[in-house]
Design a protein around this ligand. Sequence first.
Ligand SMILES: *Cc1c(COP(=O)(O)O)cnc(C)c1O
Length: 374
Amino acid sequence: MNTFLPFSKPTIDEATIASVADTLRSGWITSGPKVLEFEKQLSAYFGGRPVRTFNSGTCTMEIALRIAGIGAGDEVITTPISWVATANVIIEVGATPVFADIDPVTRNIDLDKLEAAITPRTKAVIPVYLAGKPVDMDRLYAIADKYNLRVIEDAAQAIGSSWKEKPIGSFGDFVSFSFQANKNITTSEGGCLVLNDEIEATFAEKYRLQGVTRSGWDGIEVDVLGGKFNMTDIAAAIGLGQFAKLDAITAQRRKLAKHYFKTLGKDFEMQTGAQLPPAEFESTNWHLFQVVLPERIARPDFMAKMKEQHNIGIGFHYAPIHLFKLYRERGFKEGMFPVAERVGKQIVSLPMFYAMDEADVERTCKAMREVLTE
Ligand SMILES: *Cc1c(COP(=O)(O)O)cnc(C)c1O
């Protein structure tokens, strides 16, 4: 049988490994010069906006909510189809998560439904760019302006994506990225937050490290309750090596996505009943290549057959958040977001990573067609 083809795999080059080794030998392994350099390069990429790094993408969203002053009594609207972190951070700061159903084509939050879910208590929205595909950013910010809402963009999957040729993160309100192992660029675990000004950036630094400021009479003062969210120089060394390849990584993923469409052919949807993602190549970084299976196919069976008969790993992103026990206990139930429930049950992620080649795409397409039509 063919070698195992996972749905995702990080590629760390030898120069990056050498840089990590240098850091380990340097005697400075926590936050230091590598973190500062990584933040500097990220800021330049995001058009000079302030950027701070952290030890996860999740905490960047929690910190953005805290900087925005969002807490008890406030509602924050997000999508049910995301990693559970997106909604958990809303609960973490004491606010109330509100969901709006998704658009069946983009699989992102439906902005009409988002607008309809706004109440006088709504203080912020957290749109998610699933698979790296942005929402309609003009419409998003028009809604935010109209209702005076803060936006925390969950761009965890969207580094390298763009809107009207502007990189995601180079405009807007708070923009959060993840560098978790499976993301397009990684620090093993980590994240960064793009902020609006130096005042917010100072708050981000405080929340990142126990609320410590350096301005007290004895050189140290604590005036807000912070946590322990700083990135290490070991992680930043990985991040710098990865970031240098961002354009190549994005280009390779776009090439692979194009090859998926070409190999599956334009009759694939009609022949199998499966639904492909929008064929959009310039704005999305193709973090994932996701297919929604037809109702007659049970996802666990599909995944098992791809693994057992073809040695191909298939992922799924994501189960609807509102149906997890924690959320059911808060009053959410089946039937509330029918599009998210249908897509969340049938969506799968095909192999998509930098080190893959076109033969891997062809192998996956052939296997998928076989499993779907047998
Ligand atoms: C990865 C991811 C997160 C969380 O990022 P971590 O770095 O794992 O904390 C949040 N939202 C989405 C959409 C993600 O893909």
